[in-house]
Design a binder for this molecule. Structure first.
Ligand SMILES: Cc1ncc(COP(=O)(O)O)c(C=O)c1O
Length: 433
């Protein structure tokens, strides 16, 4: 365990160094409480500098799959670091990158079989957008218009912000974001016709470069599910019009919604798929944008200017590849899909009861994700409606980070049924009338 000086506000302690020098994400640095010092991770738990065990109910921003510091991934990264930690990926390759691409091609839907590596969810989205624009350019057409869902969130870089809904996340930058046509969100249980008619009308205009969606559930847009049927019909419209469909599975990929990839429930094969977060088991910043052959083939030419002009210093970083290979191995050697199903079963049982609370609106479950809205006068990301739940949850040892008035749980798959029930017990107590 760490002593007070090493964790603390004491002069020379690292928390003090953080206070003086670090700029944290999504944080109003003047008003935000001091960040919680975390010393270690262990399974579903984070252990604070002063030794408290906190259940990571949001998988540390939706990334941790099998648990913090899972020894199999730890040793895979260590072994890889001792062999090859990094190499330029233009003109060179290495075994972990080739093996991972081949394994992904084996589990991704349909004929998606070409993998472009990058670093995080936002870059995976940028690359998907560039694939679409480049595809049309290589065919001699200037197409740059994208269709995206209302309330979508696709990341924080400029292209990813552009296809995301204009919101508090993007407002300051809106003058610099390219225009995107929004499709009305086809909320689960509501008629899909308005959404499908809008998509069909826009696609018919013949100038759409691509359509991007978070399949089956909006993440940062409020954990709002939509139906596999609507997604399947959108995919059919894209196919009929020859327009690429991008599935942003940065959050939903690797079992989050109950199947390995969310698109499986709609029985569709997107043309491009973006993966990150859980790709490395949540250990390293790492991403892929994978596509079907017809996308890839549009870039093949004797003319070098028709290549995909994109690359990052750490493209296909061997440590990321090793972590991802180890994570995929765990899907084969541990009962991961059974764990996911058990989490969903507990969520369903407990959310059914929670839905009766007068404080709760719209309780919902999709795979390992359980969410509900608090009945409140304020809504949206800046709402403080859930502040009490966050504070009291933390006192009881639960890490929750609601999206404004939307409280959700998205635990690592190793979370025990006992711990999950404890968490639901806490929420039920807090919300009892
Ligand atoms: C659906 C989706 N796409 C893209 C991103 C961006 O990923 P990153 O934060 O790794 O850039 C996120 C992040 O939450 C996401 O949920």
């Amino acid at each position: 365990m760490m002593d007070e000086t090493s964790i603390g506000g004491a002069p020379g302690g690292w928390v003090e160094m953080d206070r003086r020098h670090v700029w944290h994400p999504y944080t109003q640095m003047l008003a935000a409480p001091a960040p919680v010092p975390i010393a270690r991770g262990e399974g579903a738990y984070l252990i604070t500098g002063d030794g408290r065990r906190i259940l990571d109910a949001i998988s540390s921003w939706w990334v941790t799959l099998h648990g913090h510091c899972h020894p199999h991934i730890v040793s895979a990264i260590a072994r890889q670091a001792a062999e090859l930690e990094q190499v330029i990926f233009a003109g060179f390759t290495h075994q972990p990158a080739a093996r991972l691409a081949s394994e992904l091609a084996g589990i991704l839907p349909g004929d998606i079989d070409r993998v472009f590596y990058s670093d995080d969810g936002s870059t995976a989205v940028e690359i998907a957008l560039k694939m679409c624009i480049g595809l049309w350019a290589n065919r001699g057409e200037r197409r740059g218009r994208f269709l995206a869902l209302e309330d979508a969130y696709h990341g924080d870089t400029f292209g990813a912000m552009a296809v995301s809904e204009r919101s508090v996340f993007t407002r300051q930058f809106s003058a610099l974001l390219f225009d995107v046509t929004r499709l009305p969100f086809p909320a689960d249980g509501e008629p899909e016709e308005r959404f499908l008619t809008a998509a069909a009308d826009e696609l018919r205009k013949g100038d759409v470069a691509g359509v991007i969606v978070e399949p089956l559930i909006l993440g940062a847009g409020g954990m709002r599910p939509w139906s596999p049927g609507a997604l399947a019909r959108l995919a059919a419209l894209c196919r009929a019009n020859g327009v690429p469909l991008i599935a942003d599975e940065v959050m939903t990929g690797f079992g989050r919604t109950g199947t390995m990839f969310a698109v499986e429930r709609a029985e569709i094969v997107p043309d491009i798929i973006c993966l990150s977060k859980g790709l490395s088991g949540g250990f390293l910043p790492f991403a892929v944008t994978a596509c079907r052959p017809w996308i890839y083939e549009a870039f093949l030419s004797d003319d070098r200017s028709r290549a995909l002009f994109h690359g990052h210093s750490f493209t296909a970083n061997p440590l990321g590849c090793a972590a991802a290979l180890a994570s995929l191995e765990l899907f084969r050697t541990e009962p991961v899909m059974e764990r996911i199903a058990s989490i969903e079963a507990v969520h369903r049982e407990r959310m059914a009861a929670l839905a009766a609370s007068g404080a709760v609106a719209d309780a919902r479950v999709l795979g390992t994700i359980a969410a509900f809205n608090l009945r409140s006068d304020t809504t949206g990301y800046l709402s403080n409606a859930a502040a009490r739940i966050v504070r009291r949850g933390f006192e009881r040892g639960f890490l929750l980070r609601p999206l404004g008035d939307v409280v959700y749980i998205m635990p690592p798959y190793c979370t025990s049924s006992h711990d999950l029930h404890r968490l639901h017990d806490f929420l039920a107590d807090e919300l009892s009338d």
